[in-house]
Design a protein around this ligand. Structure first.
Ligand code: PLP
Length: 384
């Protein structure tokens, strides 16, 4: 599959997780929309765009299983979580229950909110290695008390690359009357996503990571009962619209003045591409590579997996704990000397070599990484 992507063939690319990668046919569709816009900006933006955006929202909604009027496009999950944050009305002492495995930008967003509101952001510690789903859930709920008003968690963590049991946690949160906010940045196109079945109050995900869309395409889903309470992050023509669409929620949030919507308009082409290339099967092959190689890398680095090596916790990524005092130098060396793009992630003072597998990767890429690590172990003091 690698020739289908725009990636540099000289680089062993094992970091799909950070920013995704876009195949040529989808990128061509992206450029097609940009050219359509430039051909006749007035006609395109004022006449064609509303209908085209509706089609894109529908294609997305069908893919993630929700109503097309309950979801709108945003550039990234940070924008989505900031929109929710700006609309929460917590009192001093109220608590947002989360985990100590969340994405840094989201931790910062909640810290900001709590400084302003007097609410408390609870990063509930999750023991590593994770032993079982039940144990993880039990640990999570130890952070609950009568002040807890909101549950916020990622479905697949960034630094540790673990799948979290969000369904079980959302179900219990609902029984307790809590607001549920899920950061599913890594989920669409990676593991199954059925928003209707999961039934969160808010859910954000990206299309530009595992769905292969061009950069800057993500979404925010908001359950109907919350939609009237959510002000737009940016107020523009869609507010008190002179030509209202059928959903006020979409009008309020989608229109933000002059902007290039081309990345969003690729959604029908994105979904078609995934179907035409049997992406579920391709994803399964990448997941098998992760399951086959995780323990092997942990053994090489004399560390242990962060979870049972199974599809319950692992998708197309795994994070191998690495003992290093020099994570930046290690990452730089892997790139400059061995031409391998792979991140060293950091969480709670620990470092991880996070390996991503996408359809353009093969066992050969993973073997290239293994050889480089062996060489680094033999020739440097970067890894203890
Ligand atoms: C859990 C999680 N949330 C959010 C994001 C991305 O958010 P943004 O693109 O807004 O920085 C990532 C990216 O890796 C992530 O892993």
């Amino acid at each position: 599959m690698k020739p289908l992507f725009l990636l540099d063939p000289e680089i062993t690319y094992l970091n799909h997780g950070s920013f995704g990668a876009c195949p040529e046919p989808i990128f061509a569709d992206y450029q097609y929309w940009q050219r359509e816009l430039e051909k006749e900006p007035v006609q395109f933006i004022t006449k064609r765009l509303p209908q085209l955006m509706q089609q894109s929202r529908q294609a997305l909604a069908d893919y993630i299983c929700c109503d097309a009027d309950d979801v709108y496009f945003v550039p990234n999950p940070t924008t989505a979580i900031n929109t929710i944050m700006r609309n929460l009305d917590l009192s001093p002492g109220d608590e947002i229950l989360s985990t100590d495995n969340e994405y840094g930008a989201m931790d910062r967003t909640w810290n900001f909110y709590c400084r302003k509101s007097g609410a408390k952001y609870v990063r509930q510690p999750i023991s590593m290695p994770v032993i079982s789903k039940e144990k993880l859930i039990e640990e999570f709920w130890k952070g609950y008390n009568s002040n807890t008003k909101v549950v916020f968690l990622n479905q697949i963590s960034s630094a540790t690359a673990l799948i979290f049991p969000v369904k079980e946690i959302c179900d219990r949160a609902q029984q307790l009357g809590l607001i549920t906010i899920v950061d599913g940045a890594h989920v669409p196109g990676h593991i199954e996503l059925d928003i209707n079945a999961l039934d969160p109050d808010f859910y954000t995900g990206t299309l530009h990571k595992w769905m292969l869309a061009p950069k800057g395409s993500s979404f925010l889903y908001v359950k109907k009962e919350f939609q009237d309470r959510i002000d737009p992050l940016i107020v523009s023509w869609g507010y008190d619209s002179e030509s209202p669409g059928k959903s006020r929620f979409i009008d309020y949030h989608e229109f933000q003045g002059t902007r290039d919507m081309s990345a969003f308009l690729t959604t029908p082409a994105v979904v078609r591409f995934l179907e035409e290339h049997n992406w579920t099967d391709k994803s399964m092959s990448s997941k098998s590579l992760i399951l086959q190689n995780y323990k092997r890398f942990c053994d090489l680095l004399k560390t242990t997996p962060l979870c049972p090596v199974s599809s319950e916790f692992l998708g197309q990524m795994c994070s191998v704990p690495v003992n290093t005092q020099k994570p930046i130098e290690l990452k730089e060396l892997l790139y400059s000397k061995y031409k391998i793009e792979v991140p060293i992630t950091k969480l709670n003072g620990r470092f991880f070599l996070r390996i991503s597998c996408q359809s353009y990767n093969s066992q050969q890429d993973i073997d290239t990484l293994e050889k480089a690590i062996i060489d680094i172990l033999n020739t440097t003091d970067l890894i203890q």
